[in-house]
Design a binder for this molecule. Structure first.
Ligand code: ZN
Ligand code: FE
Length: 259
């Protein structure tokens, strides 16, 4: 059993995550999207906010930071070091690959640029928090980085984690992502099976997180850009360059055009 992760729905489709430091009444929050639901979750469990781990600077991931800091002025706020100027309340910049002890938790920061240049994932025990870089069955838009950076972040860095690693992402986009995955790779049975499981979860009002790295390898087109069926679908958009980065860029552009 890995660390218990509480899921806190925020805004229209964001997730904040809450981890109690074992044996204490202190909590670490990943991406405080907005203050009220996070505060309510802390109160419900009688927890004090010890730290916020920010995956990237977008407002829908850090919008609650300053308000929560008013109530918990001693809480630390972690984020990627180069984003110090745009992460509200940042107290501690982290480096790529840095491991640090946070209260009683062992955390590893992984720089995963692409969606933004300062995007960072946090690996805590067997759970990885991927923000808007890796979604369940999808990935974030390339607002600041290149396809090559995003390919590397998702396939080499996050994709290098163990299959059993639990994936907690920043948004509930899974149903739409799976529609795109099915359109791109209609013969993929794992996509069909996952779509059914996801429909059942959503029908019960339950989140589709966590996924696992192993499931993402089987279902997420952005971890499968070299599969023949996918390659054939985006071939005309490749202009001769069949590098993995170019393929990744073509799949991302296809997703941008998808309804
Ligand atoms: Zn974002
Ligand atoms: Fe977002």
């Amino acid at each position: 059993m890995g660390i218990a992760v509480g899921i806190v729905p925020c805004l229209s489709d964001n997730y904040s995550y809450l981890m109690r430091v074992p044996g204490t009444d202190r909590a670490v929050v990943v991406d405080a999207s907005e203050a009220a639901p996070v505060r309510a979750a802390l109160r419900e469990h009688g927890l004090t906010l010890a730290a916020i781990l920010a995956t990237h600077h977008h407002e829908d991931h850090v919008g609650g930071n300053l308000e929560l800091l008013k109530e918990f002025p001693n809480a630390q706020v972690f984020g990627f070091e180069t984003d110090a100027g745009r992460l509200p309340g940042l107290t501690r910049g982290v480096k790529d690959g840095e491991r640090f002890a946070l209260e009683g938790l062992e955390v590893k920061a992984m720089h995963i640029p692409g969606h933004t240049l300062g995007a960072v994932a946090y690996l805590v025990d067997d759970a990885v928090f991927t923000g808007d870089t890796l979604f369940v069955a999808g990935c974030g838009r390339l607002f600041e980085g290149t396809p090559a950076q995003m390919y590397d972040s998702i396939n080499t860095r996050l994709g290098g984690l163990a299959d059993a690693t639990r994936v907690y992402c920043g948004h509930e986009y899974t149903a739409k992502n799976l529609e795109f995955a099915a359109a791109l790779e209609p013969s993929n049975q794992a996509v069909r099976d996952k779509s059914e499981r996801v429909r059942a979860l959503l029908a019960r009002g339950e989140p589709t997180v966590p996924s696992t790295i192993g499931e993402e390898r089987e279902t997420n087109p952005f971890l499968r850009v070299e599969k023949p069926e996918i390659l054939a679908k985006v071939a005309e958009d490749l202009s001769g360059d069949r590098s993995t980065a170019s393929l990744f860029g073509a799949v991302r552009r296809a997703k941008d055009r998808f309804r």
